[in-house]
Write a protein that binds this ligand. Structure first.
Ligand code: 13P
Ligand code: SF4
Length: 306
């Protein structure tokens, strides 16, 4: 049944000139039929290189919005319109503008998990895989890093030469993991390496053997000589890795790292979006030229420095 639906999607994709981009946190059956998969940074680069007329994004709203900004001449659709990222909605542009007025020489770095409205008042975007590199490369000593204070603390640690200010925001899913869960997981699997996403709290990241983005974790596990890994990011990654490396063992760090928004999209959503792409039934991302041009500045800056 799953294979039949996947075949239908592949047919519709070819007929209607659709390119499917899927974030690595999507279900395995969606990853299998996607043209591009990966973390937020890789998908941003992929979105700017798409040739098809239509992009169907399987992920959350800010990701589809970023794809629209990078390919404004394409029609961009989100496979499930309810899939949002709570972190993206945590801060209002007015609040950031007020902070900028207080300290005009402090450059604002926005995690890509933000709305286009918020991006339009920031200087540069980063993703978890590019944050350290970009903050280092910026021509500024004073930085305000928003909204994720855990990723921000990871950047502070790796770029000690800069004055980096943080605000209280972050991913409720990764931040829910308690430091004690790492100790318990290590007791259960003493030979496993612990790989953690920097959206986890510092007391969790400090106990890890490796801290990095989704793609960083995937590549580390694939290339490592080790045979067992505790995966401290969305639980789908342990599943995907287990398919890709059947000779190794992958354990989830915590049942709490299950993103309900990433899990909303089903294979049938992908099928229905492809089938309804020309009759108004698929959810299209609509942005004005002004919205695109004001928010795109900091995405272009990310691609230039990253
Ligand atoms: P990356 O895909 O950039 O690692 O970010 C993780 C995440 O939580 C995406 O929403
Ligand atoms: Fe947002 Fe966290 Fe879910 Fe990523 S995992 S979409 S940052 S809530």
């Amino acid at each position: 049944m799953i294979k039949d639906i996947q075949q239908e999607i592949l047919k519709l994709k070819a007929e209607k000139d659709i390119c499917i981009l899927a974030h690595s946190y999507q279900a395995h059956e969606i990853i299998e039929i996607a043209d591009f998969t990966g973390d937020s940074y890789k998908l941003s680069v992929d979105a700017s290189n798409v040739r098809s007329k239509n992009i169907l994004f399987c992920g959350v709203h800010f990701m589809a919005e970023t794809a629209k900004m990078l390919s404004p001449d394409k029609r961009v659709f989100l496979a499930n319109p309810l899939a949002g990222c709570p972190m993206a909605e945590q801060m209002e542009p007015e609040m950031i503008e007020a902070l900028k007025r207080q300290e005009p020489d402090r450059k604002v770095v926005a995690y890509i998990n933000t709305t286009a409205k918020l991006k339009s008042v920031c200087d540069v975007c980063v993703t978890s895989s590019s944050a350290v590199k970009i903050v280092k490369a910026m021509d500024a000593e004073k930085i305000l890093f928003i909204p994720d204070c855990n990723l921000g603390a990871f950047v502070q640690k790796n770029v000690p030469e800069k004055d980096i200010k943080l605000l209280q925001g972050g991913c409720p899913v990764h931040a829910a993991v308690a430091p004690d869960e790492v100790r318990q997981a290590k007791r259960l699997h003493p030979d496993a390496l612990v790989l953690v996403h920097p959206e986890c709290v510092p007391k969790v990241s400090e106990q890890a053997d490796y801290v990095g983005s989704t793609s960083g974790i995937i590549n580390f596990a694939k290339n490592s000589e080790a045979e067992e890994f505790i995966i401290g990011t969305e639980i789908s990654i342990a599943e995907h890795l287990q398919y890709e490396c059947p000779g190794k063992k992958f354990y989830i760090l915590s049942k709490k790292i299950l993103c309900p928004n990433m899990k909303l999209t089903t294979l049938m959503d992908v099928y229905n979006s492809c089938a309804g792409i020309d009759n108004g039934e698929a959810f299209e991302i609509k942005m004005t030229e002004d919205e695109i041009s004001s928010a795109r500045v900091c995405i272009d800056e990310m691609l230039r420095l990253g």
